[in-house]
Write a protein that binds this ligand. Sequence first.
Ligand SMILES: [Mg+2]
Length: 372
Amino acid sequence: MKKRTFVVFFSILLSVFCLGGFVACPPAAADYDPLVSWNEGTTKDTIVNFVEEVTNPNSCNYVPPRGRIVTIDNDGTLWTEKPLIQGEFIKSRLGNGLSDLKTLGFLTEKEVVLADLELPEMTPEDYKQEAREFLDTQNHPYLGFPYIQLTFQPMVELVNYLRSNDFKVYICSGGGTDFIRSFAEDAYGIPPENIIGSTTQTEYIDPEEDGTYVLLKKRELVQPFNDKAGKPVGIDRYIGKKPIMAVGNSSGDLQMLDYTDDDQGPALMMLLHHNDPRECPYAEEAGIDCPYDDPVFDEANERGWTVISMQEDFVTVFGEEIDQAQIASELDISKEDFGTVSGEEIDQAQTASELDISKEDFWDRIIQEVTR
Ligand SMILES: [Mg+2]
């Protein structure tokens, strides 16, 4: 039997056996679910239908790969934000001598970024190394796992699903660019060049005047702050194209979603709703304000944007190990375990800090920035 004839014969034979169930065939591609941590339902269907539509060359909604831009918020969208993890990092770096920063984790994203400017000037590389070491070694105050593990597993799957369909996935965050760059490639597969965040000025200098030049992060914020109306500005500045998909979780994302929803072609706008006790089981007791009542969800309902229900759409939030530990902890965790998280202690720390502020202009500066 000639080689080619044998190959054809063998192929037919294999097909017959497979159809008859005699041979264990490899699973068909259709069996693979890239969004396995998403429950079946409207939200998952919306995502899959959108991706299939814009990647189908025969569809009137086809978008070539160069136009498949998606921008995703980070804090509260890709990982937990209660408390803001960058704020916890800054607290750890500034040390115990700064009593005014005890409650920093409960400040807004903008306040955290401004506090970041209180850190000593350093190179971006040193900053990222220190941030990454913090994320790898320090535990979340009540979830009890290192911060680096507190990414939302279904959202990581979503990022991978989009990237595998030739979407260019960007993070667009109010958080610090270098802080996010320290972990995003490992955590989400999103490389440093795809991070759009709040940025400090940098300068290329020779600090020792010995011909050794370095980039140095300055204590000055590049305007605008990359939140709310700053997000479309940052997207235009660093990408130069409009997204066809945007995902956020709060009013800080409203303008990014509005910018994406331009009626110029296919677009998917999504908001993650934090309604899941697997993430914030002690919200009320701990004084942690899960954003149940953010008005952006009214806007989403009016405009037909997709709301992701963490409770209904996520099979798991952080992954089974952390979810199970969290459920177990609900049974016997004491209020003392929260440290400074309780409302009364926050108030006391706040009052003390106002009397004994170690950096005279710290709060003034924050207030000025936030109210202007
Ligand atoms: Mg957010």
